[in-house]
Design a binder for this molecule. Structure first.
Ligand SMILES: C[S@@+](CC[C@H](N)C(=O)[O-])C[C@H]1O[C@@H](n2cnc3c(N)ncnc32)[C@H](O)[C@@H]1O
Length: 512
């Protein structure tokens, strides 16, 4: 490779012929450059500046580090690179605890100390609030400290692994490498993000694949051949100090017969005998279209059920239901939400729990209010939420299957506060909303403004879409039936140590 020196910050810049070459934009794929990392990009890569002003996003670089990087991709104003060596270590750099860190796409920040990770996550929330919500310099004052985790390894209660063809005709199971989705990193050392119980399942699957010598083939999306699509391992039940229970969901293209005899049946048998495994389910199909999902889920060992406990409330989960992936931090998140609701204490308030999943937020605040009404699109999750209310003897929470992306704002409050059977529901005092990454539909936001609940607590796993929605919720009122909100605070919560993801809880109050 040609060696282009040095795009250092102005104080350290060297005037060499090579630097002049990059000054002229003469950077090519394959070049090696020496650059200082100045920040993290949203994607988790280090932001470095070449001497010609071009930004280089460098995988594995940490702010403050001077790296040698190979240019891997060039766009008009942006270059991508991979670190090949550290020339000066970053103050916040640590040795990644996982042996697979260099290749695996599972976590981007194992090489950064945890306090710095939490700091970067808060900065990200401040940044989107300043730019997208247009808070400018006020963003800093609105955003609280990021709620960090005590446990930074083995914190995930659910991980999904992929299958792929490996060497010598064998099938391998693992996580996707950075920037690729057709191969996997074979996690021979297990995965430090999941429980030891789940790691034992992963090891049993690896050993079975090794012995199967290619007779259990990975599904190939291009040719449509092969059987094994993915395996999801879910662990629950640690809160009361007892043994953890494990559910394994194998997604394959197999026929019902292959689940009973042959190598796949053998794999299911091995998995079901791993200590702690209480449930093995099989998922077939898997295409999701506008008409719905073609997925078919059946229990092939035990029941399609796992019980997780959060702040003393039991949640029964089936394989298709969303549940917060970090149980310890979910307990903190729920406490944060409860506090943000600012209940009066007389249990008079009515709470609307939007995107309620299995009822995590609504059931957690049911004892503080008179009534909870939960909306969710996934039928299994609605069923689980209803069952969870029963399981915990909670009688003031009701859950309904509603698609919150298909509402009619011209109906005003009724566009949301009507059950699927046509019954009108009362106006809520407090709204808890916790959408998936795309955020809330503009029609839903318009309806929330016509309802005008006194408080909205907005939980999000995507600060950018949250900031976009906050802008809409706080826009000036356009008349008597349109309530504007004021953003009070945003609290980042770290649900996913070692990754770039950050959750945030925004509190909005109705303007007088
Ligand atoms: C981030 S999860 C939050 C779940 C729940 N609040 C919790 O804390 O466990 C988002 C939820 O929104 C649901 N969802 C996604 N799109 C939806 C839609 N269009 N209408 C209603 N619910 C939807 C998902 O199924 C998922 O359960």
């Amino acid at each position: 490779a040609r060696r282009l020196a040095v795009a250092r910050p102005p104080c350290a810049a060297k005037s060499t012929a090579a630097a002049a070459a990059s000054d002229r934009g003469d950077v090519r794929v394959g070049d090696e450059v020496s650059v200082e990392c100045v920040d993290f990009a949203t994607s988790g890569e280090g932001v470095c500046k070449l001497a010609n002003g071009m930004v280089l996003l460098c995988d594995g670089a940490t702010p403050g580090e001077v790296v040698r990087a190979r240019v891997t991709k060039l766009r008009k104003k942006l270059a991508h690179g991979a670190k090949t060596a550290t020339e000066r270590a970053a103050p916040n750099a640590v040795t990644a605890p996982c042996p697979h860190h260099e290749q695996c796409g599972g976590c981007a920040w194992q090489h950064v100390n945890y306090d710095a990770q939490v700091g970067h996550k808060r900065n990200r929330v401040v940044d989107v609030l300043a730019r997208i919500y247009k808070a400018g310099e006020d963003a800093e004052a609105k955003v609280g400290a990021c709620v960090g985790a005590d446990e930074t390894s083995r914190y995930r209660n659910k991980m999904e692994f992929a299958f792929a063809s490996g060497t010598r005709g064998k099938t391998v199971v693992g996580l996707r490498p950075r920037g690729a989705n057709d191969s996997v990193v074979d996690l021979s050392g297990g995965c430090l993000l999941q429980s030891e119980e789940a790691d034992r399942v992963l090891a049993a699957i690896r050993e079975t694949l090794e012995r199967a010598d290619g007779r259990l083939e990975a599904f190939d999306r291009t040719s449509g051949e092969g059987t094994l699509r993915s395996v999801t391992i879910r662990t629950a039940g640690g809160e009361r100090g007892g043994e953890k229970a494990v559910m394994v969901d194998l997604a394959t293209t197999a026929s019902p017969n292959e689940l009973k005899t042959g190598p796949l049946a053998g794999l299911i048998d091995v998995v079901s005998k791993v200590p702690g495994v209480v449930s093995v389910v099989h998922t077939s199909g898997g295409t999701t279209t506008k008409a719905g999902s073609t997925k078919k889920v059946e229990a092939v060992f035990g029941e399609n059920k796992l019980v997780e406990t959060l702040n003393g409330i039991d949640f029964e989960l089936s394989s298709a239901s969303f549940f917060q992936t970090n149980t310890e931090q979910a307990a903190r998140l729920v406490r944060q939400v409860r506090e943000a609701c600012a209940f009066s204490g007389d249990k008079s308030e009515i709470v609307l729990d939007l995107f309620c999943g299995v009822g995590t937020m609504g059931l957690s605040v049911a004892s503080d209010c008179s009534r909870v009404m939960g909306w969710e699109v996934v039928p299994e999750a609605v069923k689980d939420a209803k069952r969870n209310a029963e399981l915990n003897n909670i009688t003031n929470a009701k859950f309904y299957r509603v698609d919150l992306a298909r509402l009619n704002p011209s109906k005003g409050p009724k566009g949301l506060l009507t059950t699927p059977k046509g019954k009108e529901l009362p106006m809520p005092d407090i709204v808890i909303t916790d959408p998936a990454r795309p955020g809330m539909d503009s029609a839903l936001i318009a309806i929330l403004r016509t309802i005008g609940a006194r408080r909205i607590v907005y939980v999000s796993c995507n600060p950018a879409t949250q900031a976009r929605d906050l802008l809409l919720l706080t826009a000036p009122s356009e008349g008597a039936d349109d309530v504007a909100y004021e953003l009070k605070t945003v609290t980042p919560v770290d649900m996913f140590p070692h990754t770039t993801h950050v959750e945030s809880v925004a509190v909005l109050e109705r303007k007088a």
